[in-house]
Design a protein around this ligand. Structure first.
Ligand SMILES: *Cc1c(COP(=O)(O)O)cnc(C)c1O
Length: 385
């Protein structure tokens, strides 16, 4: 089973195990019963995916773990109750008081909050680096630097990082690399093939795809790193529920076809926006006019339907009015679901960002008819005259 599209359909399934049922059913438990105390001790010893208590996962959770590992072509996956808890577990696994971490300035805002509030509390220092940094990353590495964190594209602003180059430099300095692949998904970006050690994802986005659950995942190739990650995960116990694993696994089956549609509609709308007089800049990695297009083209297999644009208008009241005027696009956080979303953001708290004082209008292009979406954008743009 080599093609990712085939894996999306078949990975994590074993109908024979479940009376021929196509999807692994929802198994729920806290208590697991044993025939003998010897059996209990044996199961406890197996450790890895604890089979002695519900927190270690039921067959539904295990099915989803197996599917995620298969998509990334690795041995191990851990599923957590949210994308942010997957990030928290992976950071806490490899950092101790007095350590230093490099995080791109464009990181997801809750990752930044965790570093600024929680890591700081433990005496762990963060340097936010320019997302387009290249060889100069070496000058930011200190004797106590343990981790290089990567996130590509950037949150709201879509900078694409030169992942192979940065990972190569991190390896020379014995840093562990963690990459947030929520945007790329294993369909469009294969981080382990680029040398990344640990991958975190928000399953709440494209993989589930229906805007109705929160879940995260950590995938890892090396057993030694997995053991350490699993120990931290077991201590914090931010587990995902079997129901949510069932839903996410079902959502995952259609990921490739959904992404294809998100990608086609997203690109068409991005190109349409580029020709609008109200629009100053469209920030979409797959537009040849975008500064990071060459790296995107080199490293990614495609794009989803999520991107930003900047208006010439920058007055807060007018931007709010514009955001309020959409009828089909929902005004809400997140992306990756079947429905289209819009949200204006300012990221002026960052040091290295292309449009520090402008509003980024982030769109998620869903699966609606494209003509209807264009009509909604057209009428919304007409409000900012
Ligand atoms: C949404 C998001 C997260 C957090 O995921 P949750 O499941 O909402 O906790 C992390 N990273 C990126 C890039 C995201 O977009």
């Amino acid at each position: 089973m080599t093609s990712i599209r085939t894996k999306l359909v078949h990975a994590g399934r074993d109908a024979k195990k479940f009376l021929g049922m196509v999807n692994p059913p929802i198994f729920k438990t806290s208590t697991v019963l044993f025939e003998t105390i010897e059996e209990f001790h044996e199961k406890e010893k197996q450790g890895i995916a604890m089979k002695s208590y519900g927190r270690g996962g039921t067959p539904t959770v295990e099915a989803f773990r197996q599917a995620l590992a298969a998509l990334d072509n690795v041995e191990y996956a851990i599923v957590t109750g949210s994308g942010i808890s997957a990030i928290v577990v992976s950071l806490l696994t490899f950092l101790s008081p007095g350590d230093h971490i490099l995080i791109p300035d464009c990181t997801y805002r809750c990752t930044r909050r965790f570093a600024d509030q929680e890591l700081k509390k433990y005496g762990i220092e963060t340097t936010y680096y320019h997302p387009r940094i290249r060889e100069e990353i070496a000058t930011l590495i200190k004797p106590n630097t343990k981790l290089l964190y990567l996130e590509s594209p950037g949150y709201v602003s879509y900078e694409i990082q030169d992942v192979p180059l940065l990972v190569g430099i991190a390896k020379k300095h014995n840093l562990i690399t963690i990459l947030d692949n929520s945007w790329g998904t294993p369909v469009f970006f294969q981080p382990f093939a680029k040398g990344v050690d640990v991958v975190v994802q928000s399953i709440s986005k494209y993989i589930n795809g229906h805007s109705d659950i929160l879940m995260g995942a950590i995938t890892v190739a090396r057993e030694e790193l997995y053991q350490r990650l699993n120990a931290t995960f077991s201590s914090y116990a931010c587990v995902a529920s079997p129901e949510d694993c069932y839903d996410a696994l079902r959502g995952m089956r259609t990921l490739a076809v959904r992404l294809k549609q998100h990608e086609a509609s997203g690109l068409q709308i991005a190109q349409w926006l580029e020709n609008r007089p109200e629009v100053k800049k469209v920030i979409h990695p797959a537009l040849p006019s975008y500064i990071d297009y060459p790296i995107w083209k080199r490293d990614f297999e495609g794009t989803g339907g999520t991107f930003s644009f900047i208006l010439h208008e920058n007055d807060e009241r007018k931007i709010n009015n514009f955001a309020n005027s959409f009828k089909l696009f929902g005004l809400g956080l997140s992306w990756g679901g079947y429905d289209s979303l819009v949200m204006p953001y300012r990221v002026s708290n960052r040091t290295y960002v292309d449009y520090k004082d402008d509003y980024y209008i982030r769109l998620h292009i869903g699966l609606e008819d494209i003509e209807d979406l264009l009509a909604d954008l057209e009428q919304a743009l007409s409000t900012i005259k």
